[in-house]
Structures are given as C-alpha cells and as structure tokens.
Ligand binder design. Sequence first.
Ligand code: NAP
Length: 290
Amino acid sequence: MTKILITGSKGQLGTEIKELSAKFSNLQFFFTDIEELDISSLDAISNYLKDKQISYIVNCAAYTNVDQAEENEDAARLINADAVKNLATAASQNNITLIHISTDYVFSGDNSTPYTEDQKAKPMGVYGRTKFEGEENVRSTCKKHIIIRTSWLYSPFGKNFLKTMLRLGKEKDSLGVVSDQIGTPTYAHDLASAIIRIIESIDKNSKFNDFGTYHYSNEGVCSWYDFATEIQNTSKNKCKINSIESMDFQCLAKRPHYSVLNKSKIKHIFTIEIPHWRSRIEHCIKRITE
Ligand SMILES: NC(=O)c1ccc[n+]([C@@H]2O[C@H](COP(=O)([O-])OP(=O)(O)OC[C@H]3O[C@@H](n4cnc5c(N)ncnc54)[C@H](OP(=O)(O)O)[C@@H]3O)[C@@H](O)[C@H]2O)c1
C-alpha cells in the first residue's frame, strides 16, 4: 500500500485531501498538523518517518497570511522556507517524493499572458519571497520533487475570500472589491484531486522522471471583483459589488496585478482535466450551506 504523509493537514488544502482520502483504499494517509508534526524541526520529521515506509510527503503547511507576513518576515521564512528545507532533506534521505505547494505570488505580475513554469520569479512581498525560497530549497535538496504553484485558494474550510464574501454579502448592502488584480481562483477540492492523481500516476510508472515545477489553478481568468460578483450571484446575496482599484484598498502587502498561471504542463504530463473557475463556486457554497 502506498503511504502518504500530509503536513499542515488542518488547513484548507489538507482538509480537502482528508475529505477525498476515504475514496482511495489503495492509499494510506498520515494526516499531521503542527501538534503532531512541527515541520520546523528536522529531528521531529526524521523521527516521525522512522519505520513508516512513507513514499510521498505532501506539504500543505505554510504561513499563508500575505499581509501579516510583511511584519513577521522571520515567522514566514521559518515555515515557508526553512521548514521546507527540513522536509526536502528528510525526503531525500528517505527516498521519498516531496510534493510541495507554492504560489502565483512568486511572480511580479508584469506579464500579460499566463505565466509558464520556466518564467523568472520576482516576488513583490515577503510571502512570495519566502515561498520562492522554499521552492529553491526543494529544488536544491530533493531530486524527487513536484512543486505545484497555485492561486487564490478557496474551500469550505479555514479563512478564504469566498467565505469572507459570503459573510460580508449578508452583513452589507454594498462592497468595494479590486478589479485591477487578475488571476484565477482555485477550488482546493480540485487541487486535492489533482494531487492524488499525480501520486497515482507516479506510483504506476516506475520510469517516471518528470519531476519539477508545475502550475495548477482552475481554468479561466478573472479579477477579484469578477470572483466576488459571481459569489454574490450564486449565493443570491443582495449586496452590490462595486469595482475599486488596488490603490484605493489599503493593505500591507503589494500583490501582482496579473498572476494567471499557464497549466499546459500539468494537463499534458498527468492528463488532468481542469474545471473552469465559474463552474466550481456553486459546489463549494452548497457544501458550506448544507
Ligand atoms: N490560501 C491561498 O489563497 C493560497 C494561494 C496560493 C498558494 N497557496 C499555498 O497552498 C498551500 C495550502 O494553503 P492553505 O490555504 O491550505 O493553507 P492554510 O489553510 O493556511 O493551512 C496551513 C496549515 O499549516 C499549518 N502549519 C503552520 N505552521 C506549521 C508547522 N510548523 N508545522 C506543521 N503545520 C504547520 C497551519 O496551522 P496554523 O493554522 O495553526 O498556523 C495550517 O493548518 C500553501 O503552501 C500555500 O502557500 C495558498
């Protein structure tokens, strides 16, 4: 049986993997969050792996508060870069494939066409910078790695934009949302399915050698304003969404104006079909409201 360690499993993505895991009787999952396994300790990781014969680690742990990271660079670096180095070291020492999740915020946003995996990273803030350092630590330490950059993650769990919009949509008559940041929402449930598919593909192919960096988001392109409008329409909230510019919305971190990811590589190598972002909002809202 293939054994998979999930770190940061109480977050959005980790919880979605847990929800899906019951469907895969051929895979054995070990779900851990900071209480069971603090990935900032290499000793803790090495001890945890002992005698378990883990074949894959999926790292869902991260410091994800983009604004707070601006004022807590050391804390962000500890989880997003140093702890990732620990995982990569332990994975390499134990011949484990490391699947690590990264972000569209490694890019500056100067593009006007979707970013491919080989384009130069130029993060605008602490979160993106520390996540990119984490990527580099994986690349330099663990040959058998898959880095998946994703964007605008949402789910029924934890804190995310969709849940905030549902709440504010009930509380307010109108709301300003930025329309000059363009990207793509990603339903964490879809990303979780893609990760399991990737593990099964690698597992089935003893000659697999396409390790490296991949992009995954839902299909399509939108602004946060478009995303908010679709959420309000789907949830039938009456709140009016007004388009505003980033300069009118005060926050600590600068974000890229354009961070759409090109997903050709992941679709081709792992034969993954990706749903359009508009088609997934209803599924998530149903799970929240039922
Ligand atoms: N959220 C987004 O919009 C977004 C966008 C692009 C990429 N990503 C990437 O996608 C991945 C998953 O994101 P997510 O939204 O699911 O994250 P999340 O909900 O913030 O979950 C991260 C989890 O990691 C845990 N954690 C923190 N420090 C840890 C440590 N030292 N050891 C073990 N676990 C630790 C957190 O616990 P606490 O809650 O107690 O800190 C939390 O349960 C991350 O790599 C993130 O950078 C996210």
